[in-house]
Ligand binder design. Structure first.
Ligand code: PA5
Length: 460
């Protein structure tokens, strides 16, 4: 019997990646999956254990954390801000943006206040003067809340963004500027010190959760919560996925099976490019979130070689008229991962006038699903593998399940590659070089080294 809770479960369709029917070199066999899964048996128990290398699953059970951020969000909502400016980068921004875009009204920022039910939301995740300069021309900081997110408290892009916004805020509202700021940050960094000294509200960035795994903590939840998103529903969805992974055998654990297939595709079947292709505009930032999660967690040096799949974002149906030609007929080096929904949140029906009379009375959602299935079939006919995550609907509970499933899938893949999913040594070199180039004190020697390492210029 299918319970109503199970009807809310997300599902993983793996048939499109399996051989047969796919030819051997293009699909993984059931036997290969069965041989790989036992290597993953310890992953979830370890993540739930006391000595877990990351607390991203355990944090879902820390109810005080959730309550703390909900209470703070409720308090800030009462103050009636018109805008929230979220400043952060990488894992300190992408989770919040993915959640907000998936669950807010698609035109949230354009709606009148009454229909929005919360402030407009803006993300500052770059040091592009065009974007931040233009935002500050437009937003009235007198009625804005700033949420600055940095676990380390020292990330250069976030520091630059915050310093600029803080100065503008101080000019606009004077000494009370700190009351417009909430910081989500780790215990010991510069941001923690400043926030404390200035009397800003502070939400804890869990010490045992890294940026790209922090979507279901204050880092990813506070901004959406202020805008009115049901963040408790997201966490409940995440917990449900944890229960499924704990209770089910690995063969019924979608994250484990997806992880095993992704690994085998990359390492045994010559398919190192993994396309994340949701069929939903609302999930476009989610695809970028996944790209960062996979890229930063799995792209690692292992001995003399570099490992890890190359994640590629795409969107259906839009990219059917862009990249799908390449996926179907180009190099057979890709696994396409679809995300679809079984139901839509809105019904839009095509009326009968031309030019396409065959579309009369067709629901746009059915057309979207038909196009996804058509693409999956075209890929299969060309011998190209695909997987499909099916959501009952885009709801907080379903998104929470999906985020936790993909985070855990990433850790399963890391286990198979034998790499650390939680560090990012490759990012450090670029950061240090940038500090040296902007003349930061203490980086003088680096500057000389960086200048010496610049490739010889060949300007045309
Ligand atoms: O996933 C990660 O760990 C990184 O992408 C970080 O989130 C990013 O570098 C920002 O770091 P911080 O939160 O310390 O500012």
């Amino acid at each position: 019997m299918v319970t109503s809770a199970a009807r809310q479960d997300i599902r993983l369709e793996v048939g499109g990646a399996v051989a047969p029917p796919l030819e051997r070199s293009h699909g993984v066999t059931r036997a290969e999956i069965a041989r790989t899964l036992p290597r993953l048996a310890s992953v979830v128990p370890d993540l739930l254990g006391r000595d877990a290398a990351s607390g991203f699953l355990r944090v879902l059970g820390r109810r005080r954390l959730l309550k703390g951020l909900q209470d703070e969000a409720a308090r800030q909502r009462k103050r009636g801000f018109e805008d929230v400016v979220h400043i952060g980068i990488g894992g300190s921004s992408l989770g919040a943006e993915a959640i907000w875009r998936a669950l807010a009204h698609p035109q949230h920022n354009l709606l009148p206040r009454r229909r929005r039910g919360g402030p407009r939301v803006h993300f500052v995740d770059n040091v592009d003067p065009e974007s931040l300069g233009a935002l500050l021309e437009w937003v009235d900081l007198k009625t804005a809340l700033v949420h600055v997110v940095s676990k380390s408290g020292g990330t250069v892009e976030t520091a630059a963004g915050f310093q600029i916004v803080r100065a503008a805020l101080e000019r606009r509202v004077g000494r009370g500027w700190a009351r417009h700021c909430v910081a989500t940050t780790g215990r010991d960094g510069a941001l923690q010190r400043i926030a404390r000294a200035e009397g800003m509200s502070i939400l804890p960035f869990p010490e045992d959760v890294g940026g790209r795994f922090s979507g279901l903590t204050s880092s990813g939840l506070f901004t959406p919560a202020v805008a009115g998103v049901d963040v408790a529903g997201l966490v409940a969805g995440g917990r449900r996925m944890v229960r499924r992974m704990v209770d089910a055998p690995l063969t019924e654990n979608p994250a484990a099976v997806a992880g095993a297939i992704a690994f085998l595709m990359a390492e045994r079947k010559g398919k190192p490019i993994h396309v994340m292709m949701p069929y939903a505009d609302a999930l476009e930032p989610f695809a970028r979130w996944f790209v960062q999660l996979s890229g930063e967690s799995l792209g690692k040096r292992k001995g003399q070689r570099g490992v890890g799949p190359t994640p590629l974002p795409a969107k259906g149906t839009t990219d059917q008229h862009s990249q799908v030609q390449l996926f179907v007929e180009g190099p057979a080096d890709k696994l396409v991962v679809f995300v679809t929904t079984r139901r839509d949140r809105r019904s839009v029906v095509v009326p009968g006038e031309g030019p396409a009379s065959y579309l009369e009375s067709v629901e746009l959602g059915s057309l979207l699903r038909a196009e996804q299935q058509g693409t999956a079939v075209a890929l299969a006919r060309a011998g190209r593998p695909s997987l499909c995550w099916e959501l009952p609907e885009i709801t907080p509970a379903a998104l929470g399940q999906l985020l936790v499933a993909l985070e855990t899938q990433t850790v399963y893949q890391a286990k198979l590659y034998g790499v650390n999913a939680y560090d990012q040594p490759g990012v450090e070199a670029g950061k240090i070089a940038a500090f040296a180039l902007i003349g930061r004190e203490g980086y003088e020697q680096e500057r000389a080294a960086v200048e010496a390492d610049q490739p010889e210029r060949w300007t045309i």
